[in-house]
Design a protein around this ligand. Structure first.
Ligand SMILES: Nc1ncnc2c1ncn2[C@@H]1O[C@H](COP(=O)(O)OP(=O)(O)OP(=O)(O)O)[C@@H](O)[C@H]1O
Ligand SMILES: [Mg+2]
Length: 234
């Protein structure tokens, strides 16, 4: 039995009023366990595609399947449930709540999972330990470095154990060293089974990932997979 792809876009298009075609008939399949870089110039449609993949936005044409479910057949509430269960998001500017400590920021990742506060916090502590922040539990965002903030955001995205992590320029606001730590973390998460799509402007980061999808003017212009060296893990 072959499992359904995690993501399947078929002729997915997204147009805005005024004739902006942010996505033009994109076909993309992401299989379980992949680690995909999405690259391309500013305005080429990368974030639009990630939002459509993540069901934050619906396509105007074509179909999007997440974990085998056709998104167009789901009501908004079913879609929110699908998203809460399967997908974690990470953004360039972290999107952490100011004035709330790391534990509570991460615990918020379980708000829609029907888990009691005490357990949400317990699981948040575990997730923070998982990203190496066990000594920063009670720090608020303004008491954390950029790289630490992004690790908190990653812990929040993962605390519900989604199969898919979507990251839009997760290193875009970080210095090289902090960015490298975040990318190392994404590699580790992928090695332990999380499927990941990451938008990046950084060619070196993209080159280090096993699959690269390149965008231009709302279309995929190339999709390349690195050969796995023999003797690689897995
Ligand atoms: N809500 C909107 N209304 C109208 N046009 C939009 C909207 N959102 C995005 N666009 C347009 O769609 C195109 C694709 O935008 P998108 O944000 O996907 O680009 P991107 O590749 O992520 O760029 P960047 O690298 O700068 O983040 C752009 O031309 C943008 O101006
Ligand atoms: Mg973008």
């Amino acid at each position: 039995m072959t499992p359904s792809p995690v993501i399947e876009l078929r002729d997915a298009g997204k147009s805005y009023p005024g004739g902006v075609h942010a996505l033009r008939g994109v076909n993309l399949t992401v299989e379980e366990g992949e680690l995909v870089a999405v690259v391309g110039p500013s305005g080429s449609g990368k974030s639009t595609m990630l939002n459509v993949m993540g069901t934050l936005d619906r396509p105007t044409t074509g179909t999007v399947k997440v974990a085998g479910y056709d998104v167009s057949e789901l009501s908004d509430s079913r879609l929110s449930a699908l998203r809460a269960r399967h997908i974690g998001f990470v953004f360039q500017h972290f999107h952490l709540a100011a004035g709330r400590d790391a534990v509570d920021n991460v615990a918020d990742g379980l708000l829609y999972a029907g888990v009691a506060l005490r357990e949400r916090r317990e699981r948040a502590r575990e997730a923070l330990a998982g990203v190496g922040l066990e000594r920063r539990l009670s720090h608020t965002p303004d008491e954390l470095s950029g790289g630490e903030k992004q690790r908190v955001a990653i812990a929040r995205a993962l605390v519900g154990k989604p199969g898919l992590l979507l990251a839009d320029e997760p290193t875009g606001a970080l210095d090289t060293a902090s960015g490298a730590i975040v990318m190392e973390l994404l590699h580790e998460l992928n090695a332990s089974g999380t499927t990941i799509c990451v938008i990046t402007h950084d060619q070196a980061i993209a080159d280090a990932l096993p699959r690269r999808v390149r965008f231009r003017d709302g279309e995929i212009v190339s999709d390349s997979r690195a050969m796995r060296p023999t003797g690689d893990r897995g």
